[in-house]
Every structure is written in C-alpha cells, then in structure tokens.
Ligand binder design. Sequence first.
Ligand code: SAH
Length: 434
Amino acid sequence: MCYAIPAKLIAIKDNRTAVVDYFGEHRNILFDAATDNVQIGDYVYAQGGILVRKILQDEAEEILKSWREVFFELKKTDAALASIDQSSLPTNVLGVLQKINLRKSLKKEEMLALFDGLTTPNELKVLYEVANNVRQREHGNASCVHGIIEFSNYCRNDCHYCGIRCSHDVQRYRMTIDEILAVAHTAIDKYGFKAIVLQSGEDLWYDEQRLTTVVKETKKMGVLVFVSIGEREPEVYANLYKAGARAALMRFETSNAEIFAKLRPHTTLDKRVDLIKKIKEIGYVLATGFIVGLPGATNIDVVNDILLTRYLAPDMYSFGPFLPARGTPLENNLSPSKDTVLKTIAISRFVDSNANILVTTALETLAAAAKREALLAGANSMMINITPNAYKKMYAIYDNRACDTQDMDNTVKDTVDLLFSLGRAPTDIGMTVN
Ligand code: SAH
C-alpha cells in the first residue's frame, strides 16, 4: 500500500517549481533543480508539496494501473459526503457561512459568532458540512498520511500540562540511531510511507551531530523528513535543513502569553514564536498550532490561536485538545468537549481554506469516533504513530493515548480503511495549481 500516488511531471516553471499530474488533477510541487535531476515526463513521489523521489516509469505505471479505478471511485464517495443542508440555521450565522462560500475572509467577531452561536447538534452538523465542503473545494479528495516516530521521551522542559515534563518521575527511553532508522525503514519499505516525522522531548543528548546522522540517513530512504524536537538554536535547524530535513513541526501551544508563562516555566511565547518564524524563513514546510482548552483559556483564546497560526503562514495546522496527564500539576483539569475541537477545525478551514489541517491522536483519545468526524469537518491530513509499542507507552504526554495499543500493521490498516470509507486518496496535498 502506498501513501502517495506517483505523479507525472508535466511542466517545469523555474528552478524551484514544477507541475505534476494525478489522473488529470494538477498540482505545484517544489524541487531543487541542482540536485533532483528530474525532467518532464518523469514519474515522482511528492509529499508536503516537495519532490521526494523519482520512480522508474514501469514501476509507476504498474502502481497507477492499480489505482486508476479506485481513484475515481473514491472521488465519487468524497463528493457525495461533501454535500450541505443549510436549513434551520440562525440568520446571523447564515450570513457568515455565505461569506465563506464567497471566499471572503472572516472577521474575529464572525469567528467568535460561529464558536459561541452554534450549539445544537443540527447547527453543528451544518457547520461541519460547510467546512468539509470547503476542504473538498480546495483539496479535492487528496489526503496525506505521515508516520511519526517518537524517538526519546527525555525532556529538559517542565511544561505543566505534559506527562513527560522533566520533574515527572517517569520511565525514560531513548531509541538508538539504529533503532530509529530500522523503524523508518520498515515504515517506508513495508508500508510505503513517504514522510517520516522524528519527534522527541527536548533531549539534548540528541545533539546536532546525532540528529544530523538520523536526518541524513532517513532522507536517503527517499522521503520527506519532518523534525519535531522542540526549541533548539536556529543554527541547529538551519544545519538540519542542510542535512536534508524539509519540514518542521512546532506548536506555539497557546497565543495567550499569560497562560503560556504560567504553564511553560523558563520559556516565553515570544521566543517560541520567533523560532517558528525562523524555521519558516530557513525554508522548512511548517506545521504549527496549539493546544485547545488549556485551563484558563476561553473561546476568544481559541480564536486568537487560530489567528496566530494563520499569521505564521504554516503549510499545516496541528492542534488537539488538552488531555490531563497523571502526576502533572494539571492532572485534575478537564478536557474541552469534542465539539470544541471540531469547531476549531471547521473555523480554521474557513480562515485558511488552502491549509492542510491535521487530525491528531489527542482528538482520537478524547473520543474514539472523532477522527472520522474531524475528516468530515475540514481536516485533511493525518500523522499516525509508528513508534514501537514498548516505547510508545512511555511517550505519555497525556494518559491513555489512542495509539498506545496498536502496532504499525493495525494502525496502517485502520487508516487506509478510514480514508477509503471517506473517499479520500492518499495523493500528496501540495499547493493546488491556479
Ligand atoms: N519537544 C517537542 C515535541 C513535544 S510533544 C516540542 O516542544 O515541540 C508534541 C506536542 O504534544 C506538544 O507540542 C504539545 O502541544 C502536545 N502535548 C503535550 N502535553 C499535552 C497534553 N497534556 N494534552 C494535549 N497535548 C499535549
């Protein structure tokens, strides 16, 4: 099973951009004319809007043959699920939804009106349908699935919400470089992943040199390498980019500076936001976002979180609900409701219609069926956990993570079944061609 459909390169616009074709759908991708060595007519895999690997024509045509029929079937299912029934909505909200249909940008008050004004199951249903419709309009039925390896739960930070904060007495682990590469290898060779996310606590044992080795070796496997390693010097990020990392995931966690200061001792919101901006400037595909429903946060904070995410202009939105972790200062605090998170997804889709929006494990942990609901409320991407089970349990940032009991085989099977039942095809979702 492949997590990206081969694309055919049909035009090269300049030294950085090419246009690829997926069964008649055209998308822009970025490539590096100096090293990628591709020509018009070549078949390639792309991830996150970046060319990751050239494929032999015979191999590509063979894979495409098996996809052709499925691809068009999936499109039909997706289109049927993206219809809307707008009857019985409050009129002020209808006006806002009208604006969305006309592709006009929403004001902060209008975002808040959607948050506060829609409460009944029927109203929420319409909100999610409209978001799903916008998702379909912008991305078609394309979706991408990235594999995440949590390679160390050592962390120098003491964030109040996090189960692996340094002052929490938990069993620590650190995968060896060989172990990480072996997992990446299986994910890529056996399951066809085209993007690998390397995530850890802020573990300085994994210094620039060791991280460079992991990035370089993973990159050699022909995939998009994502890093999610927390706050490091900008030079470390610049050097990892040189080593081949092309995407970075770093949430700012909350746009509310007071809450940030309270929950993340010895760090500041400004510093984290600055680093996120620098990561983007280096050239990384950026995934950023926040935690929904941290203690003390209101709906206005969530709206500000969405707006700060948009301001940072990421390629991918990553946010999930706060979930309490035993043994942390916030262990007795409550999580937000599932609908608060689904609303956040829907409103993010309206605010940044072209962005990729992730469904996160935290949402699935909050409510088992929510992964599907999120994909039908504006979300279009997934990061699935491929950390070996023995380690996964110890990356306990919150309790009872939904992914903890599944192995790679089951996770992949469930994901493919879910995507197919929704009519989504795992093409890469790069920028759409205008
Ligand atoms: N060290 C990296 C990765 C941290 S773990 C970094 O700093 O970016 C990935 C994410 O898990 C964090 O960014 C945070 O948003 C989320 N997280 C941590 N504890 C959580 C909790 N209790 N509930 C929900 N999300 C949590």
